[in-house]
Design a protein. Structure first.
Length: 426
């Protein structure tokens, strides 16, 4: 059975989420800002057309915002995460073979469907997907269909730029694939980073088509086995299969840039405790426990003198227990904190992760880990049902509006996850 993949990608996802609940934003320039309302991390097509670049600091594009009446929003990750889940649930109705690649992308395996789908009906099936997602969630998507995941990425990229066939494009016939690869720059190939692109260009390889013609031993010498796989994928030979269950992350990081600089130890301690709590939740959600944790605090990197301090703790027993991790985070922070320094960013990193069951305890370990596990499960269940942060440790801060809290002056309501934020009909 010949392989066939579809990459479904939500168009300007964060902006599209905002537009679902505010139809007045249609055809108006819209941008979404990063944490602390810093830089543009999502742009509508109208915003791109007036010259707003990805990552542009908000204060540097204020003249464009004012001149073109650009609608500006703070990041609303609760809304975006819930809308993403709705999109993925809709996609799962078309095939049970789905890989959620990111918050706004998913690979679908069409291989098992081909007995009922002729090649000339792949486009129709992709259009059905696009139409259904738009009707059920309000989110517009692009669909790229091809025999490999790398080619599906390229097909999706081209589909986004075309309004023909409801932004659905297939790359199946060899002549079409060859013609398309000739138009794709080497840096736009999935898996080719900036450094590899520069290296390949030195050898005269500037397009995807040129890359598909290189010898395997040569590309393996330049890029290793991953380079060989990319070349084969461009030739239509699948090397990357669907990952229905992505492997757990090898590390978990939670960090934030403060809206104002922090000097007080207690403020920094509260921030670190909050980040540790969030990191512990992430560990438990993927069934992992950490052997080591690192705490860091840094000054403003845009000032003349930059300080970056770190401390690590080797945990006696692998754990994802929030109060235990907060205890070690506090010890680390006390090692690196220096009075008189203005800190602008801090965070925690959990490393050397292992499966959280079973855990080999130490000979002198006196912690009731069975009780701790039950407590963490209860807290996670309550927060999942009642809202994030409904139950939290006092060390993570109980007073709103602290200096280390993320600034979000223009955040839209949590339309889908908070009863109090439901739109009211007038």
């Amino acid at each position: 059975m010949k392989s066939m993949f579809a990459l479904v990608d939500c168009n300007n996802f964060y902006v599209s989420c905002e537009r679902v609940f505010n139809p007045k934003l249609a055809r108006r320039p819209v941008i979404v800002l990063s944490n602390n309302d810093g830089c543009a991390v999502a742009r509508s097509e109208e915003a791109k057309a007036i010259g707003i670049q990805m990552g542009a600091p908000a204060f540097k594009i204020r003249h464009l915002i004012n001149a073109h009446r650009v609608a500006v929003f703070s990041s609303n990750y609760a809304l975006y995460g819930d809308m993403s889940q709705r999109v993925m649930q809709t996609l799962s109705r078309f095939t049970d073979q789905i890989e959620i690649y990111s918050i706004d992308e998913a690979f679908l395996d069409f291989s098992g469907l081909q007995s009922g789908l002729r090649p000339d009906t792949m486009i129709d099936y992709g259009q059905q997907i696009s139409t259904t997602v738009a009707q059920w969630t309000g989110i517009p998507v692009s669909v790229g269909i091809a025999p490999t995941k790398t080619l599906a990425k390229i097909a999706n990229r081209l589909a986004k730029k075309s309004v023909l066939k409801n932004r659905v494009l297939e790359l199946i016939d060899p002549p079409d694939i060859r013609k398309t690869l000739e138009q794709i720059n080497i840096e736009d190939v999935w898996g080719i980073g900036r450094q590899y692109a520069a290296r390949l260009k030195k050898h005269g390889i500037s397009t995807a088509l040129a890359l598909s013609h290189v010898d395997e031993p040569w590309i393996q010498k330049i890029m290793g086995i991953n380079g060989v796989r990319i070349v084969k994928e461009l030739l239509g030979v699948p090397c990357y299969q669907l990952e229905n269950q992505p492997p757990p992350k090898k590390g978990v990081t939670v960090s934030r840039t403060f809206r104002t600089e922090i000097e007080n130890f207690d403020d920094l301690k509260t921030a670190i405790a909050a980040y540790t709590s969030r990191g512990a939740e992430k560990l438990r959600s993927q069934g992992s426990a950490a052997n080591m944790m690192l705490v860091f605090a840094a000054t403003n990197r845009f000032k003349s003198h930059y300080d970056f301090h770190t401390a690590t703790a080797q945990l006696p027993v692998p754990t994802n227990d929030t109060p235990e991790l907060i205890h070690y985070a506090d010890q680390c922070l006390r090692k690196i904190y220096q009075s008189g320094i203005l800190y602008k960013k801090a965070g925690v990193i959990f490393k050397d992760l292992v499966c959280d069951s079973p855990i080999q305890t130490g000979l002198f370990d006196t912690r009731n880990r069975k009780r701790s596990r039950s407590l963490m499960q209860s807290i996670d269940t309550i927060n999942a049902e009642m809202g994030s942060g409904m139950v939290k440790y006092a060390a993570a801060g109980l007073v709103p509006g602290q200096k280390w809290h993320t600034l979000s002056r223009q955040r839209s309501p949590a339309y889908t996850t908070n009863w109090n934020h439901l739109p009211m009909a007038s």
